[in-house]
Write a protein that binds this ligand. Structure first.
Ligand SMILES: NC(=O)c1ccc[n+]([C@@H]2O[C@H](COP(=O)([O-])OP(=O)(O)OC[C@H]3O[C@@H](n4cnc5c(N)ncnc54)[C@H](O)[C@@H]3O)[C@@H](O)[C@H]2O)c1
Length: 376
């Protein structure tokens, strides 16, 4: 059995939960992570999350640092590549950084795999449902439609639902892995680039790979400092600071919220099961939950009554709905999401309530979007 696992970005939300699970299963885990301040805080001296201290070998380095990556890769049987810049909205103005970390960072890893001696037997990539953009829909006749990004003209008159040809009414379907790839943001494009680079290079090198397209992951360990990503943590930080919650559009936009333990289970199956090799899998629950439901449920669980403002504003590049068709991962790997939204959000809020309250920097992130003309 492969025993040495390298997780790039392993100090982050999903990576730290995965590390703990794999250590518990007897793997030796090395985490390579630069402890990005936006995610970890800590100013010039960020520290490894306490849950990992003493459990993993830690290399504080950037994925673009070839010497550090070489040292890490040489010890690994399996690599899980998670290090990434992850803010969809932020990627629309910090474009060079997103492409540099997500694309060049992956290229540095692949250069090592293609040119250096190593024992790597599998590469697992954390990709995103963002690669599908709006995903799969159908019209009234049942014809499958992959809508384009909603027009500003449409959004400005608060017609938020995507439309088909000639503005026909369409409804969202679960998005399967064969659905059209249609990134709407730079972040999404970098995740699809990562998929392509890894599948092309690993095939050439004869190294099996597995690509997971995670839906919206939530749960304990999610950064409460990062105002650029993670709607449950952003709303929680707003509530804990006594601030109002601002909801874009009409609040009826929806996502497939998948609990981190389920994502960790799916990823572990990809590591351990050869049936996953050279395949792409959605990871989600297959259920859509509206953003308004998320806000109301958080308020109920925190036992507060925050002002919930439905602003009618919209972000350029945002999608309206997306939820996963998980048939492939169920059939191939036997994956089933075990924690439904009600149970998961209760675990999440219980965890948040035991954490230090972080300052609410959300307004700053929103002001950035507004200044760049990306929030209308
Ligand atoms: N959380 C989600 O809902 C979600 C959904 C789809 C895909 N993903 C993907 O899963 C992966 C993990 O996401 P997460 O939610 O745990 O995010 P996260 O921000 O909590 O973790 C990412 C980690 O990568 C590290 N990192 C960032 N840039 C780095 C660099 N240049 N060098 C080394 N380390 C760097 C950060 O310090 C952080 O610890 C990412 O690749 C993300 O694109 C996440």
């Amino acid at each position: 059995m492969a025993k040495q696992i390298l997780i790039t970005g392993g100090a982050g939300f999903i990576g730290s939960n995965l590390s703990i699970k794999l250590v518990g299963k007897g793997y030796t885990v090395t985490v390579l992570d630069n402890l990005l301040e936006q995610v970890h805080g800590g100013g010039p001296n960020p520290v490894l999350p306490a849950a990992l201290t003493g459990k993993v070998k830690f290399i504080k380095a950037d994925v673009r640092d070839k010497a550090a990556m070489l040292e890490a890769v040489k010890q690994a049987d399996i690599i899980v590549h998670m290090a990434a810049e992850t803010g969809t909205g932020q990627s629309m103005y910090e474009t060079e950084k997103y492409i540099d970390v997500n694309c060049r960072g992956t290229a540095v890893l692949l250069d090592i795999l293609l040119n250096e001696k190593h024992n790597v037997r599998k590469v697992v990539l954390s990709s995103s449902r963002a690669v599908y953009g709006e995903g799969k829909y159908q019209n009234k006749q049942g014809r499958v439609i992959y809508p384009n990004s909603r027009s500003e003209e449409q959004l400005s008159i608060k017609n938020f639902e995507p439309v088909g040809d000639n503005n026909e009414t369409i409804s969202a379907l679960p998005t399967d892995e064969e659905s059209r790839i249609n990134p709407f943001s730079i972040y999404a494009a970098t995740k699809y680039n990562q998929e392509q680079y890894i599948s092309i290079a690993c095939r050439a090198a004869g190294i099996p790979f597995v690509i997971f397209r995670y839906q919206n992951v939530y749960g304990p360990g999610q950064s409460l400092k990062n105002p650029y990503t993670g709607i449950l943590s952003i709303f929680s930080t707003q509530i804990k600071n006594g601030n109002a919650i601002n909801i874009f559009e009409d609040g009826l936009e929806s996502r497939d919220f998948v609990f981190v333990d389920d994502v960790v289970n799916a990823t572990t199956m990809g590591i351990e099961n050869d049936a996953a090799n050279n395949e792409i899998f959605n990871v989600g629950t297959g259920k859509a939950i509206t953003v308004l439901t998320v806000a109301n449920t958080l308020a109920r669980l925190y036992q507060v009554k925050p002002e919930i403002k439905i602003t009618g504003q919209y972000r350029i590049g945002d999608i309206r709905h997306n939820y996963a068709d998980i048939t492939k991962i169920e059939r191939t790997l036997g994956f089933k999401p075990l924690i439904d939204f009600d149970a998961g959000i209760s675990k999440f809020t219980a965890w948040v309530s035991g954490q230090q309250i972080e300052s609410d920097n959300y307004e700053k992130s929103i002001a950035e979007l507004k200044n760049k003309g990306l929030l209308k």
